[in-house]
Ligand binder design. Sequence first.
Ligand code: B12
Ligand code: SF4
Ligand code: SF4
Length: 358
Amino acid sequence: MEELREVGQAAGVDALAATTAEPFLEVRTTLERRKAEGLHGGMAFTYRRPERSTTPALALPGARSIVVGARSYLVEDPAEAPPDGPQGRIARYAWDDHYAALTQGLNAVAAALRACGWRTRVLVDDNALVDRAAAHRAGLGWWGKNANLLLPGLGSWYVLGSVVTNAVISASNEPVADRCGSCTRCSDGCPTGAITAPGVVDARRCLSWLLQADGVFPFDYRVALGDRIYGCDECQEVCPPNLRAPIRGPGGQEMPWAPLLSLLDADDAVVLAHAHRWYIWRREVRYVRRNALVVLGNVGMGDDPEVAAVLARYLAHPDGLLRAHAVWAAGRLGREDLLMGLDQDPDPLVQAELGRLP
Ligand code: B12
Ligand code: SF4
Ligand code: SF4
């Protein structure tokens, strides 16, 4: 394992550890139970086929071991102030393509194994494996009450991935004992109360999922969304071990902000190019626009003529879902004057939003 760790670290993986490829039976039961209770909120990912996501041998027949890697995505905040105009905030893990960098590092580990005649499969954020479960069993960290995997002394600003192999690699680390103790900052700090028990996130309330989900953005969580346009970092920002986490460096192509007015003005191709790393429901661009309208309602200035012009355009948009969210944003920004004539709108979503206005 020491040699593989050196190969991985030289290729940019910060921490590596090995474990067996036994099925993750407890995690499978958890996925099934949470799905049955509705906590998955319609998510597919690892919930689609829990057996597949928790049985490494289904990803690589004959799998015996897993080498798990973690790569930090905590880079310095950009020196420049956000650009002018209303902006949406992007969660740190999506500022740059950290999954690609981790995959590259794990590919180097896989190549070293293959050079010795072993078979490998690299899985990074793939539905074929619950990454945190592999990292936990490999002894890379402990499950935080916010469900993130925390690395001792390093925090949770890490993306995780694995090399599944038929090589037998002896486990390198002891399991990491819980270090959350009596802390409850993440569940207290979650803007929507989505952490319903230690380690349990109710996706129906989690902003990170709601931004990815289809349909109407739930009315009750729109104000809580604040300026977030992709992902949510709150339960990690407030986490004490993360305050001491080492910073990877100055960063590269980081993109922490999304300009709302340009996003709402741009055509589909431009929006999708901007959001190319984001998970968007069936890549339907309307959901990026839906989210941008909610954020605009939270951070825009109602007396800004450019904001008013964008709202007016969306109040006449052919997509009823977007008209409905524009109604909410206009109401929140005190621009009920823009809503004239909408009482004749045939779309029930629009009528529901109008009915909610104070
Ligand atoms: C689905 C998914 C989501 C969903 C659901 C999140 C969730 N909590 O499951 C949504 C869209 C909400 C999401 C959000 C985020 N995600 Co996500 N997501 C995934 C994905 C695809 C699958 C996760 C999964 O299968 N969960 C299954 C459930 C059962 O696991 P769990 O909720 O963690 O439950 C465990 C704990 O409850 C624990 N447990 C059991 N009993 C007890 C008791 C106690 C006391 C405790 C503390 C724990 C505990 O055991 C359970 C498993 O058996 C993985 C990638 C992958 N392929 O694994 C990335 C992944 C988990 N996500 C990741 C990231 C970065 C995020 C975000 C930070 C992104 C953001 N900034 O918005 C947030 C964090 C939200 C949060 N607090 O969890 C990283 C996490 C890295 C890390 N260090 O932990 C992963 C691993 C992606 C990657 N490859 O790096 N994500
Ligand atoms: S990601 Fe945000 S909404 Fe989801 S559990 Fe964490 S703090 Fe709550
Ligand atoms: S905020 Fe506290 S309870 Fe939550 S994960 Fe961090 S240390 Fe654990």
